[in-house]
Design a protein around this ligand. Sequence first.
Ligand code: GCO
Length: 443
Amino acid sequence: MKIQLPKDSVMLSPQFTYGVATASFQIEGSATNRLPNIWDNFCKKPGAIADQSDGLTACDHVNLWDKDLDLINSLNVDAYRLSISWGRVINQDGSLNSEGVNFYIKLLDKLKQFNIKAFVTLYHWDLPQHIEDNGGWLNRATPYLFSDYADKISQAFGDRVASYATLNEPFCSAYLGYEVGIHAPGISGAKQGRTAAHHLLLAHGLAMKVLQKNSPNSDNGIVLNFTPCYSHSGSADDVAATKHADDYMNQWYIKPIMDGAYPELLKSLPEDVRPDIHDGDLDIISQPIDFLGVNYYTRLIYQANAQTIFEEVANDTALHTDIGWEIYPQGLTELLTSLNALYKLPPIYITENGAAMADKLIDGEVKDFGRVDYYQEHLKAVSFAIEQGVDIRGYFAWSLMDNFEWAEGYLKRFGIVYVDYETQQRTLKTSGMAYKTLISNRK
Ligand code: GCO
């Protein structure tokens, strides 16, 4: 099975960056060699994780990293997006943990030998538990701790990193973690969610300053996720409710960075829900960024609701992935062109895109044709956005390999490589072969 792009697409030129992505908590394991984090704790909460699993072993990547890098290299990718576990590299007293730092340095050095660019994310949700015990992202001191971590680790890594992202998906950390409580640390409340979001954005701005100083030659920015909102009908009420949802879930995170202001919606929120914004915060948050990472998986459809303002409407006739998300590639083109119309964007990387499928390993093969289709259609959607003038420089498949899918545990598989969690055996799926072929033919 092949992935095909329009003949003259710039995505077929060697300048376009292709990569695979992972995140520390989802693959690393070796939990005893780092500080406990909010996900370790959340996993202990009855009912929090669908299969009652945890990240103590995951894909055992801390032990198997060398082979995993050979596997990445065998895909002919240009780049590898990974995240750093804060509690593996920084001790509780704020000093560097040399064992943890050396783990990543070995890994970054091997990437360099392979001529694979390292796209490093500093925060992919694994906040050290001792920081959470002091209020976590609800505490205004946490952004300053994050900036200190960014300072120390970027100095330690030297020139090994091609691109730094401060945060991955602050929407998920803030909304899922502190507003609806289905992710760690499992706190619920609108005030908490908005406060965490503001502190995460502040952390991003503070860390941006540090990264630009310590690592001026890398491309530094942030990774945001977007779930574009579509109105169920053309009625004024549904359209207004959908705009409200979009401002609350999506624009809330990008507008402060690009425009130095929250959406107008902020003013209509009850006083006791609004975050505490200090003078100068938005100037810090709106530091120029070298790139914007965009993560896209699906869209949502909304209608008005008298109590909750907006509510989701299921699209039963559409195709869905194994995690229940509608497959809607055209949403990716529309997202990219609409962001490009709304903001003065830096170059964009699609830092995550992919699909959960109910994969089966049969006779040493995983024929995940549905995932090949997903990649085919979404890569085409990116190509269409480029044709319409959006400056997109690269694309990362989520994920390199099956891993700990947060509240879903190990039940949902997103990899282009299959992981047998009993044996830690990796098997390249049909989608992995198709992705490799696309990349290799371009070179
Ligand atoms: C994300 C996460 C990934 C998830 C993926 C699928 O950034 O949302 O980076 O950790 O596994 O999105 O849900």
